[in-house]
Design a protein around this ligand. Structure first.
Ligand SMILES: [Zn+2]
Length: 395
């Protein structure tokens, strides 16, 4: 299976300048790609990928305005083209209704401020001993916090807004099946808690994450009060970037730990597909996305694959909070403020989220049983929903 391994890297000042050039060129090529495709679309012209690439790289390099594109690794530019192509396709497919999930907005151009990156495939980088060699940049020092499990097939060199540099390698890793167990679990995305399980357990966002988020809000307020172009504004922006990193790291760490526990303790984990979830149709969608739920689901998916466990998403819309998990009677819609309700048919008292998680477990079991009876192995993810899950993870 393919996974990413990320390491901090420490380019020298000269290398940082060379990287800045490469980031800039890749960004320009990416934006040019989007522009060329947009123009072609408006003019009703069909334009091939090779033609787009020829226009934004090969031909552009010959013009005085883009001659500097020759100063950076061509692999990075080609990959920027590919990224733009994928981004454009996703938008276009969504526009045509060929893509599930919420509508994707038209791709924004990449900006100078914010996260910068270049992607290099096998022939565009190499490992020189302990160092990462990037053409026209040099041998960059890597902080090997753990060993690479195999020879990487590609690398993304990143500069985060807080000024840190990273190399993210794509590597092949062996799966390590855990001894099987007979427990299965359904999980429901919560608003108060991160998730609620069918066992009745509620896993909250950790306290330090909430604290960091509060600090982040404050830092944002300070930033908005600083005068544009002032030194204090630069400082305030750096502070926001650092806090963003802390929130990101804390959330990822928590997601990894939670995912590992769920996958280790259960043979199968079932979750609602976010793309079709009822909650995502509400005004609360943004706060749900903020809760890092899709990141957690990605983590579970990955760990399940790694440890030979099953993970699947319920790929159709089920009114999980309206149906009684005891008798199956549909009790009608309930506003989000109702946390507890009693089934009018069987009298069972339900916690809203636990009941939803139980329904998800039941739906997941039914799906995998159907798949077994049809004579096929239960799929890792419900067909069709796999797409929604993986698109985000390839970013
Ligand atoms: Zn009931």
């Amino acid at each position: 299976m393919q996974v990413r391994y990320r390491y901090r890297i420490s380019p020298t000042l000269g290398q940082q300048q060379a990287l800045a050039r490469a980031f800039g060129c890749a960004r320009v090529v990416y934006n040019d790609c989007l522009r060329v495709r947009d123009e072609a679309y408006v003019n009703g012209e069909k334009i091939s990928d090779t033609e787009t690439q020829r226009r934004v790289i090969t031909l552009a390099q010959l013009t005085p305005e883009r001659a500097w594109l020759r100063e950076v690794s061509s692999v990075a530019l080609v990959q920027a083209c590919q990224d733009a192509r994928r981004a454009y396709r996703n938008w276009f497919d969504s526009l045509q209704g060929r893509r599930k999930g919420p509508k994707i907005r038209h791709q924004k151009p990449r900006r100078k401020r914010g996260r910068q990156s270049i992607r290099l495939t096998r022939n565009g980088f190499s490992l020189h001993g302990e160092r990462l060699y990037v053409p026209k940049v040099g041998d960059i020092k890597v902080e090997w916090s753990r060993d690479l499990p195999s020879v990487p097939s590609s690398v993304t060199v990143i500069r985060e807004p807080d000024g840190r540099y990273y190399a993210s390698f794509v590597v092949e890793r062996d799966t390590v099946p855990l001894p099987s167990c007979d427990r299965e679990i359904g999980i429901d995305l919560g608003l108060n808690a991160l998730i609620v399980t069918s066992d009745g357990e509620s896993i909250p966002n950790p306290r330090f994450l909430r604290k960091a988020q509060r600090r982040l809000k404050r830092a944002h307020r300070v930033l908005s009060r600083r005068q544009k172009g002032s030194a204090n504004r630069v400082k305030a922006r750096q502070r926001v970037a650092v806090l963003h990193r802390k929130v990101r790291e804390a959330r990822l760490d928590h997601a990894h730990k939670t995912a590992l526990r769920l996958v280790r303790d259960n043979q199968a984990v079932y979750a609602e597909d976010l793309a079709v979830s009822g909650l995502m149709r509400t005004r609360l969608a943004k706060s749900v996305a903020d809760a890092g739920w899709s990141q957690l689901v990605r983590c579970i998916q990955q760990k399940a694959a790694q440890y030979g466990r099953e993970f699947s998403k319920i790929g159709r819309f089920e009114p999980t909070s309206q149906v009684c998990s005891g008798c199956g009677v549909k009790d009608g819609p309930k506003p989000l403020s109702i946390r507890e309700w009693t089934c009018t048919a069987c009298g069972m008292v339900h916690d809203r989220d636990v009941n939803a998680a139980r329904n998800i477990l039941a739906a997941g079991r039914a799906d995998s049983l159907n798949a077994c009876e049809a004579g096929v192995r239960p799929p890792l993810t419900v067909a069709g929903s796999a797409e929604a899950g993986t698109h985000r993870s390839v970013a």
